[in-house]
Design a binder for this molecule. Structure first.
Ligand code: COA
Length: 211
């Protein structure tokens, strides 16, 4: 399936609203009413278009084989920190096809290369393992868990905190991790052998001095 990200258009609102107007999708997104009125989605799309102008957020409409499948956004809630947060949703009929994973990969490439960010992060709830798995597949690292962070009904929910740094992505993209580890391993071995020779030399000289 071909996954593409493009800047949002106001005409996307109708299709996006159709996709989001689903209890299974909305239960993972806070702040949306159910049913979600078209006016709400039109406002969101307008905000997204505006976000590009003000550079406060970078939102993309996700296309799967040319069809609108969802939306993904990089936004800076703390303003000017260059530490952007990721948010996304995909319509239920598109789930489990790798579309989110591919969209995350594309948006982080844009974030690091074009926006020159040094860090991108995302939070997921323990009741949303699919979202965490998509981040993991895209190369994000689980940096911490905030236990019993919120409540969903009567259940306590943990918050999973995910992060990706520019350096980590560089290693992933260039497949340099293994090479780096090998160089480091050799360096450690080299240092260890020097230390052994120094210890041997010291014991021989002490031995000689004694006798
Ligand atoms: C979360 C969401 C974006 C995932 O989108 P998606 O396109 O289906 O994700 P992908 O197909 O790229 O990856 C999903 C992965 O999660 C796995 N997964 C799905 N349901 C799962 C579950 N209940 N438990 C564990 N893993 C699960 C899939 O098997 C897949 O992993 P795999 O490729 O190793 O098999 C989508 O379900 C969604 O829009 N949900 C509602 C909105 C939302 O949760 N937004 C994110 C808020 S943090």
């Amino acid at each position: 399936m071909k996954v593409e990200l493009r800047k949002p258009k106001l005409s996307d609102a109708k299709e996006l609203r159709k996709l989001i107007n689903d209890k299974e999708v909305l239960k993972q997104l806070c702040g949306y009413p159910y049913p979600c009125p078209l006016s709400r989605m039109e406002k969101d799309v307008k905000d997204c278009i505006n976000g590009w102008k003000t550079k406060e957020s970078y939102c993309f409409t996700i296309l799967a084989d040319g069809e609108i499948a969802g939306s993904i956004i990089l936004e800076d809630p703390s303003k000017d920190m260059k530490r952007y947060e990721l948010g996304y949703f995909i319509g239920r009929k598109f789930w489990n096809k790798g579309i989110t994973t591919e969209s995350i990969k594309q948006i982080i490439k844009y974030g690091f290369k074009e926006l020159k960010l040094y860090r991108i992060q995302a939070d997921t709830d323990s009741i949303n393992p699919a979202s965490g798995r998509a981040l993991e597949k895209a190369g994000f690292k689980l940096e911490g868990i905030r236990k019993r962070n919120s409540k969903s009904g009567n259940r306590f929910v943990d918050l999973y905190m995910w992060g990706m740094t520019k350096w980590k992505r560089y290693i992933l993209e260039n497949n340099k991790e293994i090479i780096l580890l090998r160089i480091l391993g050799r360096f450690i071995n080299y240092r260890k052998s020097i230390e052994i020779w120094i210890a041997l030399y010291k014991s021989v000289t002490t031995w000689r001095r004694l006798f």
